[in-house]
Design a protein around this ligand. Structure first.
Ligand code: SF4
Length: 235
């Protein structure tokens, strides 16, 4: 995907310059810390992954969707969604037990965008459980020049990824008259079962029906936009 190549070029350059100034990006192979978070993506990125699903990846995906459906009644706002994701739904279905991404070459922009300026333990910490002293220590240790406050992730890569995500969604709007973004695994699931990516002529009503039938058409999980609406800022 062209947007992924553009992002990799930008991210490599940014990281090289940052590290040349004596600072550290803590992302390492087999870390998987940020893969514990709820992952968002654009539909074209999900289509690429659905096309590459093997039987074992599909099985992992089904397990994730089952856990998500069970937790769905508890998802009442963003806070509860993030909490349930951490506690009941679990990590990205494409993360293996060694902390490796099983779809690394085609992972979405939102995964690529997270460059950590703090050690990996901070990517999995539950901030709701930290006392004030620890929160202050965390905050004062941040490189405020570069992070997307209040996180310890780099703002420049996050912002560039969002710009590219927007171009993907705008081109979907132009070509199909609708666009979709949201929970990455949910969209891979929808694409696997309906192959919307291969149907250039699906009507907006057909897409709406498919989303409704998925039982996952929750605004916390999916952001559908058709030509009659103004495209909201991603995500
Ligand atoms: S797609 Fe890969 S990098 Fe992204 S959250 Fe899942 S396992 Fe992690």
């Amino acid at each position: 995907m062209n947007q992924h190549d553009q992002f990799e070029k930008f991210s490599r350059m940014w990281r090289t310059q940052y590290c040349a100034s004596g600072k550290t990006i803590y992302c390492r192979e087999n870390c998987g810390g940020c893969c514990q978070l709820a992952v968002h993506a654009t539909y074209p990125e999900a289509v690429a992954v659905a096309e590459a699903l093997t039987e074992s990846l599909s099985k992992r995906l089904s397990g994730y969707i089952e856990r998500l459906k069970t937790a769905l009644p508890e998802l009442t706002d963003v806070k509860s969604y993030l909490k349930e994701h951490r506690q009941a739904i679990g990590p990205c279905p494409f993360l293996d037990s060694r902390g490796s991404c099983l779809i690394y070459a085609i992972r979405p922009l939102s995964c690529r965008a997270l460059l950590s300026t703090r050690p990996a333990a901070w990517c999995t910490v539950d901030f709701a459980k930290l006392d004030n002293w620890d929160k202050q220590a965390y905050e004062s240790g941040l490189d405020h020049q570069v992070v997307a406050w209040p996180t310890h992730y780099v703002a420049a890569t996050r912002d560039f990824a969002r710009t590219l995500e927007k171009t993907l969604l705008e081109s979907m709007q132009r070509e199909q008259g609708w666009s979709l973004s949201g929970n990455f695994a949910v969209m891979v699931w929808i694409e696997k079962n309906n192959r919307l990516g291969r149907r250039n002529n699906a009507t907006i009503q057909q897409v709406r029906d498919i989303l409704a039938a998925s039982e996952l058409n929750n605004p916390l999980l999916l952001n559908f936009t058709d030509g009659s609406q103004k495209m909201s800022d991603y995500p």
